[in-house]
Design a binder for this molecule. Structure first.
Ligand SMILES: [Zn+2]
Ligand SMILES: [Zn+2]
Length: 266
């Protein structure tokens, strides 16, 4: 009895001309994947790729596999074979200002991959791990909930007495600053500052900015978002006749921000 080779041969999905010849311990599929892949494009599981017994690592090209396996050319996007964590590293320009962060701290960041606000955990060494849910809507809800836990609102933002209350030391002043810069030469292109009397509202204003369409309009730009607690002495507070004078003098810009993140537009 003769066997036809194309029936006997095992199928290997080909995702790259050369790369890693691996199999998935979860779904059992054998694949030639682009080098560095850490996610199975077949079953989408991360961390299950393994070298194949009896196949040295030097076997890494279509040329070496042809004739021994049935080769099946397959298309895939980056997110099909790279985990989210690795994908984030594909955007090296998305640095987080991590000077004030403690390992394990939770913060809001614009995910470099999907460009939406998301909760991240600071893992140390300038690395943040996205804590994504199943959808961007869920991510947004979690961000909202997190911001809501940051402080309990003491004052109504529209209360005209708030500036006076701040002068008297009965309210906190949080100044949210959004500045934008050209990527190529880091030249400042402008920005805006807003006064809030509650931390939660200041932080939300910066997150909300990126949920609308502004990101698409400004190319070659990166944004720096900062919130400062402006708390000069009571005597100094009395030298500001109104909110506008705070912006005119801009003494607050000398205060170190307690919250900061950068967003890049691509
Ligand atoms: Zn798999
Ligand atoms: Zn992410």
């Amino acid at each position: 009895m003769t066997k036809r080779n194309n029936i006997k041969l095992e199928t290997v999905n080909i995702y790259a001309e050369t790369g890693d010849f691996v199999f998935c311990t979860y779904c059992g599929k054998k694949m030639l994947l682009p080098r560095g892949a850490d996610k199975c494009p077949e079953c989408k599981k991360v961390g299950h790729l393994s070298w194949i017994d009896g196949e040295p690592e030097e076997v890494n090209s279509v040329e070496q596999l042809s004739g021994r396996y049935k080769l099946n050319d397959t298309d895939a996007e980056l997110e099909d074979y790279l985990s989210h964590e690795v994908l984030v590293d594909e955007y090296p320009e998305h640095h987080v200002d991590t000077d004030d962060l403690v390992e394990g701290e939770i913060l809001v960041r614009i995910c470099p991959v999907n460009k939406y606000p998301t909760l991240v955990e600071y893992k140390g060494e300038e690395r943040c791990l996205c804590l994504h849910n199943d959808s961007q809507e869920e991510d947004r809800k979690v961000v909202d909930n997190w911001i809501a836990t940051q402080t309990i609102p003491k004052f109504d933002k529209d209360n005209p007495e708030l500036f006076t209350a701040w002068q008297a030391g009965k309210a906190e002043m949080h100044i949210a600053t959004l500045s934008y810069f050209r990527v190529s030469d880091k030249q400042s292109l402008g920005g805006c500052d807003n006064v809030f009397y509650e931390k939660r509202q200041a932080m939300r204003s910066l997150v909300d900015y990126f949920v609308n369409e502004n990101m698409e309009k400004l190319k070659d730009v990166y944004y720096v978002c900062e919130v400062r607690l402006f708390a000069p002495t009571f005597e100094e507070r009395m030298t500001y006749p109104d909110t506008q004078s705070i912006f005119d003098l801009s003494d607050y810009s000398m205060v170190k921000p307690y919250y900061s993140h950068q967003v890049n537009s691509i």
